[in-house]
Write a protein that binds this ligand. Structure first.
Ligand code: ZN
Length: 408
């Protein structure tokens, strides 16, 4: 699948150093130490039916900040993102609205690309749809079958294929949930603990046999379509290999999605799936998580259409640490627009304080678990000071673009 056009990233004089980031599995900061200086990153992409609300934008801007920090550390970055372009929520939405599911997915991906471009988010090198990944999904299921961990339920109509999650070394270490918590979340987030014939209620679907009216593909497993988790596992392993540096996504993906991916990947390759699991917080509106089902979406495309500067939207997101849950309010955009104007005025001054100390502060903040609020505060302080360096405005403009992705 085609990604979107990359924005230009100014190259700053490199300072080296390492990014320390919060790993959910360890619940601690870990240093990203890429093999051969190439950081391999996988971030779970959208299911294209309600793109792009501010919750999505918050997630992809957070990983964009990570991408930019890794580049600034002097690493190369190999970034893969998927699009879940065939799955139950997409098919349900298409059926409800009477739209062809492929057209719905295509339209939403177009919108997502436009929003990411406007927000100056760096595109992944591999942008991969579930549909185009079906051959790798089938290969991965076949290799898991050889370990005995993939089985068919006994069902005359739909003998679907499942993955026996507890076969995997370390299953449960990422989310650290009790059995009852895991079961409740599994049921809430697309799982089917009640399905008869499974070896364990948490076993996850890897290949769903064809149902009337649903899309399906021929395979050695029978005609059907991929389950959700196996799609990301297959795409990540194909494009990044095992034991890659960062598996990322929103915190609502810790369980079951990332736990299942880690289990499938670890059993298939006999290596850890990823070195670190990174999760961004949820954006709420009026006390609730933003989601289509609650009807409280703030769409980036609508904000843009109403005249909001995409750089102000980006600054509004960066005003919150990526790991916190926070609320979008009418003031969020107003405050961000005000800050953007102050910064633009500050870099346009004929002279200003030298850029060096500010760039050091920005780098220190970002390398410490992507502390964007600290970086914004450093820039606010610089903008409020006067100085006599005539080149500072241009140097700061480049640094803010390179490190924060905000073009002044
Ligand atoms: Zn995923």
């Amino acid at each position: 699948m085609r990604a979107w056009t990359a924005p230009h990233v100014p190259t700053l004089q490199t300072a080296g150093g390492r990014l320390r980031i919060h790993d959910t599995a360890l619940d601690d900061l870990v240093e990203v130490e890429p093999d051969n200086n190439e950081a391999r990153v996988y971030v779970c992409g959208i299911t294209p039916y309600d793109a792009t609300h501010l919750g999505h934008a918050n997630t992809y801007v957070a990983y964009d900040l990570m991408y930019r920090t890794l580049l600034d550390c002097g690493h190369r970055v190999l970034y893969t993102q998927n699009v879940t372009d065939v799955d139950d929520p997409l098919l349900e939405r298409a059926a409800q609205t009477g739209v062809n599911w492929e057209d719905l997915a295509e339209d939403q991906v177009v919108l997502f690309r436009e929003d990411m471009t406007a927000l100056r988010v760096l595109p992944p090198q591999h942008y991969v749809g579930a549909v185009e990944a079906i051959p790798s999904v089938i290969d991965l299921i076949e290799s898991l079958k050889l370990t005995g961990a993939v089985y068919q339920v006994e069902d005359d109509d739909y003998p679907d294929w499942y993955f026996e999650v507890r076969r995997a070394p370390g299953f449960g270490r990422l989310s650290k949930l009790s059995d009852s918590e895991a079961l409740a979340l599994f049921a809430e987030r697309g799982g089917d603990p009640e399905r008869a014939g499974k070896r364990d209620p948490l076993d996850c679907l890897v290949w769903r046999m064809e149902r009337p009216g649903e899309p399906a593909w021929d395979s050695r497993l029978g005609r059907g379509r991929p389950g959700w988790h196996i799609e990301c596992t297959a795409i990540a392993l194909q494009h990044l290999g095992a034991d890659f540096d960062v598996q990322g996504g929103g915190s609502d993906l810790v369980f079951p999605h990332h736990e299942m991916c880690a289990a499938e990947g670890a059993l298939a390759t006999r290596q850890p799936f990823a070195k670190a699991y990174v999760h961004s917080g949820m954006v709420g509106l009026h006390g609730e998580k933003m989601s289509k089902s609650r009807g409280n979406l703030v769409l980036v495309s609508r904000l843009r259409a109403s005249g909001a500067d995409p750089m102000a939207i980006r600054l509004g997101l960066l005003a919150h640490h990526y790991r916190t849950d926070w609320e979008w309010t009418a003031d969020s955009l107003r405050e961000a627009q005000h800050r953007l104007q102050q910064w633009r005025d500050a870099v346009a001054r004929p002279s200003a304080p030298s850029a060096g100390a500010l760039i050091d502060e920005l780098r220190a903040a970002l390398r410490a678990d992507l502390d964007a609020p600290a970086a914004l505060a450093a820039m606010d302080a610089w903008a409020a000071q006067s100085g006599d360096d005539p080149d500072a405005g241009a140097a700061v403009t480049e640094a803010i673009d390179a490190l924060l992705g905000v073009r002044l």
